[in-house]
Design a binder for this molecule. Sequence first.
Ligand SMILES: [Zn+2]
Length: 454
Amino acid sequence: MIKGGLVATESDLFRADVVIENERVVALTSDASDVDADEVIDANDHLVVPGGIDAHTHFTEPDPKEIEGFYCGSMGAVAGGITTVVEMPQATPNSSEAEHIVEKIRLGEERSLVDFALWGAAINQDLESIEEMIDAGIVAVKAFMASSDPKFQRITDASMYDVFALLADTDIPFGIHAENNDLLQDGIQTLQELGENDPLAHADSRPPIVEAEAINRVVFFAEETGGRAYICHTSTISGLEIVRNAKERGVRIEAETCPQYLALDTDDLVRLGPYGRCAPAIRDREEVEGLWTYLQDGTMDTIASDHCGYTIEEKEPGKENIWNAPLGLSGIQTMLPAMLDEFLNKRDLDPSDFVRMTSTNPAKIFGSYPRKGTLRPGSDADIAIYDLNAPWTVRGTDMLHKNKWTPFEGKQINVRVVRTMVRGTTMYEFNGEHVVRGEAGHGRFINREYGEGA
Ligand SMILES: [Zn+2]
């Protein structure tokens, strides 16, 4: 039993005791003192929310280089209040065939501390293999319009159209990394020819139109085919304006963003250098502020980490020359505390807004609601408990994922995860130090039917 906490769901905020039995929430009640609980967790003065569902996580399993993986990655997840990840298909090999999905499920069930669902890759392969991955249990399909990695081919327009058409009579989201490849290649070449190697050259090489044009194309394909589009990591006012208009017309589209686009700006990119290089690029302050209006008006649906476990050795060469840094940021442990702090203390939003963006909406989009994404009788007891008055300074050395760096280095965050439970089992606790209690293999694979089991 979790006693005395302030409970936030996607729609309500109330004081309640949460009673948990056999991995599920069985009751939310104003006073559960008469319940004979095996364990009582005191949550007085703390916020109790459904665990975060990170819709965009790169644990890159399997990976012979073992840069992250389910085990270390999910240590960062539980320390950051996340109880489910939707894992991206970049791996060795990439997850583009059913057999890769079967193998990844095996690895996740052996190694993960958190529950996990899987993306399958669309990299111009035949449509049959996408159907087979769906049968194997993927919850979404992912493609890149611009390649950020030579091992993961960008999708052609023809193939993107075909995949949208294939998925049109399903609810399976087609997640797109939306950047115009020609524009960004040209941008990089132009700046390199000018000898621009500093961090800002990275942002200058892929201005907002690079994203906006690609989003516009995705909207058109989704609208023509009736397929469901999910725009990964949106970062621009112009791109979100297109999404907003599409939603108003009834196009099936959802938009994700990430903490690096809501809380960091180009001053941080200058400060971070290679540790701030990601795609799309971190934007200037005007774009960042503009993004919040699309978050508040419902254009934006989810906040995800886009956690990438690059090593310090891989990132460091970007200090001399920004083009030598790989694209991607670590973020799974900092995302939710940074965002909750931003919502409550800087943006005057309320805890339910936070729950909707980080748990309920991803659960709905990826098929696990209401078993996940909320707290009600029948839901999995996936719970994060926050101390709302616990300032700390972010340090890379504090990270539990494998590579000890963070783009939030040195930032103060005023809230802290004090406990994370996955299906009723405490996986993480903070008692002045990080304590990971749960065992590898606790994590369960979830498919699109999982939500029906509430
Ligand atoms: Zn990503």
